[in-house]
Design a binder for this molecule. Sequence first.
Ligand code: 4AD
Ligand code: MG
Length: 434
Amino acid sequence: MMKHTYIEDVGKHDGEEVTLRGWVHNKRSSGKIQFVILRDGTGYIQGVIVKNAVSPQVFADADTLTHESSIELTGKVRADSRAPSGFELDVRGLKIYQEVSKDEPFPITPKEHGIEFLMDHRHLWIRSTRQRAILKVRHEIIKAVRDFFDDDGFTLCDTPVLTPAACEGTTTLFEVKYFEDKAFLTQSGQLYNEATAEALGKVYCFGPTFRAEKSKTRRHLTEFWMVEPEVAYATVDDMMDLAERMITFVVQRCLVRRSEELKALERDLSMLEKVSVPFPRISYDEAVALLQKHGSEIQWGSDFGGGDETIISQQFDKPVMVHRYPTAVKAFYMEPDPARPEVALCVDVLAPEGYGEIVGGGQRIASYDLLAQRIKEHDLPREAFEWYLDLRKFGSVPHSGFGMGIERAVTWICGLEHVRETIPFPRMLYRLNP
Ligand code: 4AD
Ligand code: MG
């Protein structure tokens, strides 16, 4: 393959001849000059094809170029202050790799398409400027999360996807055949994190997680990516400190490195600029009072629905941390507050502007007897949890962790309406294709 240049690097080649490879984003012609906008994933540049400056073949080929055809352009880079990227290409050569047929043009056009149509064509939709911007921000968030934990003394310990038991409740498990037996797709790496945290102190896992939730909301995927730190000897307060530091780091990183993409998404950056430590912390009790004040029917003891979270998070212009939910509405492993056992030492972080929960976590039960009792109360198969109970037999310590759903974070940071655009190929209740 001949050496070629990425569009994002053309600035280093002003006045030089380069070869660019990509796809036809747009084309227009004014008789003796044709303008081709080329995109290659790193940027966009306009190629100018002047009839007198190229061979008749090149000019004729350029004339028939169709949207999304794959091509190579060779020419001289020229600085142009009017061009969005600051540069144009004076084209000398054109090579067509594959021409999209005029009889079956690229299905996605600048006109409005319905969401189902776009989702059915997700494999092509991701080429659009907007989808590219979202995926760039997603990548930045993932990279920032990894850098944050790696630079803070955490060790990445991958946890299994195929598991023998539930972590977040039996009603949302995907069951798969496992030879003669059955297994479940993991809902969270947490239980395994608790084991690796006792081996390495501060750990995190980062992988796909699965929830067979029959929820069709703008916040639910059936497959999503979660980052989960777990720390030995840490309390729920330590987790609030850690979560607010991590979220602030991630948002700042996106503001520095992805402001162009965020602007393309028309994100109100002033809202993101407000994200700094400390975040407001309110108890579940206070949150219930707040909801009632805003006309909600909620009673103490119920979990919050999406609508409740929206109301709470609209009251703050930073993420808000809600702690100490009723033990009864939370997972089996939650440590009760010793001062008030009816509430658990847990925390949810709700993103502002109505986005709702992005982080859930807290302190885990450290006592063998209490954990064994909870496993029974929750009707969980004791055999599958023997190893987990062992962690309370051999040097049990107070310990805590949390999980942040990457797609929820992307939805909020990008300012999107729906989580479906935050992952290349979303999996939802009614969506397994493409
Ligand atoms: O609150 P969740 O269920 O907590 C756990 O799984 C804990 N075991 C994590 C831990 O303590 N290590 O899920 C954590 C986060 C949520 O706050 C949300 O961001 C995301 O995972 N999440 C989802 N994202 C998209 N679609 C879904 N169906 C999600 N369910 C949870
Ligand atoms: Mg939760």
